[in-house]
Design a binder for this molecule. Structure first.
Ligand code: AMP
Length: 206
């Protein structure tokens, strides 16, 4: 089962992806974590992306697509993946569809964590004080949020048109959000096994 955890920066995608990894054995693929690891290792890639990341801009599609493909190749026997922070552009989403198709797989569902911008700004102020991540500073974060609205939000109609999008209230407590996601995934699994009716119609009707 391949799930895209979708939402603006600081919506809680990483937290929920980690819970799903622990509960269901799905592998979390976070392009943000991969890029931060490249920086920590001091690799050429890390040096190349450092400034872009600190500014709050997106690194090139080519770079993140290559990172994802590398991980898919390294984890061929995985029961499935949770894509966290990827895709972030329509180009990336198309590349993900294509690379999964080559492997006889597809994106099975997209879970959108809905969180208001003002709440994100408050969350990120707190995270910046606690963790000191450079790109959480107020200027960079505004750029990241702007990039989300400009470049990433257009993926919503892309996935909605494929009937794969489910929205979850990301403002609720972590456990409540996790329970809503679990319900969506369980319905999807049951739907795939026992029903010819698409899972999103079983949940939302229609
Ligand atoms: P994140 O931890 O997912 O918020 O990512 C941190 C930063 O890494 C982003 O602000 C971007 O600079 C870069 N990044 C992570 N994922 C992507 C992606 N899919 N496409 C482009 N840039 C990315």
């Amino acid at each position: 089962m391949n799930i895209v955890m979708f939402g603006p920066p600081a919506a809680g995608k990483g937290t929920q992806a980690k819970l799903l990894t622990a509960q269901r054995g799905l592998i979390q693929l976070s392009t943000g974590d991969m890029l931060r690891a490249a920086r920590t290792s001091g690799s050429d890639l890390g040096k190349k992306v450092a400034g872009i990341m600190d500014r709050g801009d997106l690194v090139s599609d080519e770079i993140v697509i290559a990172l994802i493909e590398e991980q898919l190749d390294m984890n061929e026997d995985a029961p499935g993946f949770i894509f966290d922070g990827f895709p972030r552009t329509v180009e990336q989403a198309k590349a993900l569809d294509a690379t999964l198709q080559k492997r006889g797989q597809e994106v099975d569902g997209v879970v959108r964590l809905c969180v208001d911008d003002n709440v994100l700004l408050r969350r990120i102020e707190k995270r910046f004080k606690e963790e000191g991540r450079k790109d959480d500073n107020p200027e960079s974060f505004k750029i990241r949020l702007g990039n989300y609205h400009k470049q990433t939000a257009p993926l919503l109609p892309f996935y909605a048109a494929q009937g794969k999008l489910t929205e979850v209230d990301g403002l609720a407590a972590i456990d409540t959000v996790a329970a809503s996601i679990a319900q969506v995934l369980d319905m999807q699994k049951t739907g795939m096994e026992t029903s010819t009716k698409p899972w999103w119609k079983r949940i939302f009707g229609g």
